[in-house]
Design a protein around this ligand. Sequence first.
Ligand code: RAM
Length: 517
Amino acid sequence: MTVNQTLIDEAERLTPDLYESKVLPKRLVEVIADSNAFQGWRMGTVGDYEELHSKTFGKNESVTLDFGDHLVGYISFAVESVGSPPDAPLKLKLIFGEMPCEIGEPFDQYEGWLSSSWLQEETLFVDVLPTVVRLPRRYSFRYVKIQVVDASRKYRIQVTDVRCTTVTSADVSKVEPLPDHVPEDLKMMDRIAIKTLQDCMQTVYEDGPKRDRRLWIGDLRLQAQANYLTFRDRDVVKRCLYLFGGMTLPDGKVGACVFEKPAPHVDDTWLYDYSLFFVACLYDYYEATLDREALETLWPVALKQLKLGTERLGSLGVIVEDSTWWCFIDWNDDLNKQAPAQAVLLYTLKRGQRLARTLKDLQEEQWIADQIEIVSKAAMEHFWDSERGLFVSGEDKQVSWASQVWMTLAELLPQEENAKLFDRLHTEPPQIGMNTPYMYHHYIEAMFSCGKEEKAWEQLRAYWGEMVADGADTFWELYNPKDKKLSPYGSNLINSYCHAWSCTPTYFIRKYWLSAS
Ligand code: RAM
């Protein structure tokens, strides 16, 4: 990696302190298989949390605690023996679940392709009782199952004082309450979205506090947009931008994600669209903060992404797809990404052009203007099917929501035309749909951008509203209302159920509902 130590030092200086609070469990529960419940599991109440203190547990017995909401933090509890003096160590297993499925389905049956080490569990041995156990790892959960793997025939245990010390860098006092006239369902979505963002805001903007627990630029872009209208943090966003800008891949590309520990370093994953989003993140940050110094410092990195992005254009001005590239757009193996990628390039070029203008970088402004012309002209020639009145992508001329949405966001057509495009699409939806709240975000944003507000609210309510109906405490990484166990990783157990890129209902509500009312 190429390191600009000055930027990294500044990023480190901006490391936030975390706010802590103590949360106690609310009730004792049991997981129940129920084909009508989300993913086939629901929680049934067994008793109040206080009842835990009068219970004892022996070998193979367990208790599941419900904290009543999604939490990110450190758990501790007191444990003591009951009966004869403990004549053997106590072996405990703890299983943490953001969702009931993680408590209901044994982790050893997991067969997904992402590492099973993301599944949150802990086996511990306690040699001396009584004691207070403080687990060193941070967990992301609502439910915790405490299971006695073994004690001995001569003693049982009692568990008391279970608590979680939650952590976040989000300052909840900065969030303004929504006015009374906002409908209740939107208020509920706003609250859940803010909690999602809050739980992901740690010393960087994590994508998910359960998994991957690191800073991804695609997630950062949406989190930051939601943050500007809620927690109004600027320092942690700035820290994230400086981390990305200060550690690029050897050829100057911004990496898709970075790690903070043991010392900041960039991952070797590169995504075409994600590195271009560095420009969009910087644009949004400058719009929100007018931090000219940061803009001047990071502009060379942003400009470099545009230059590298245009290097993928073939002689016809169209993005070349080959084995050396990976563009994200959505988790969907069937999706052809050529047209959406061309649109992301155009979208970021337009933001880069405004930044160049702000900086009075006339030469680069002109270069960007020339690229916008080339990319737009080629997009119209290669991706716009004038007979059908929609965008196609790839050799097979695939019709996907992603292509329409990103071309709309890139404002290739005038907005009245985009509005008509959406009218057509809603009568005859594209064959290739959307799988992530990340893609749905762009779908909703595209409709707001071309004046289809009513449809945007309807779709926001249909998608995130159904997640609420399905029991979301925080919004999820993956959600397909037609396939609720969908996972690109081979198992819904490993999905993240508090995921940054899903936090944008609060952005839509605060940006578009409040300004319209
Ligand atoms: C997954 C994570 C992350 C996302 C990348 C592309 O690993 O969900 O949030 O940005 O994919």
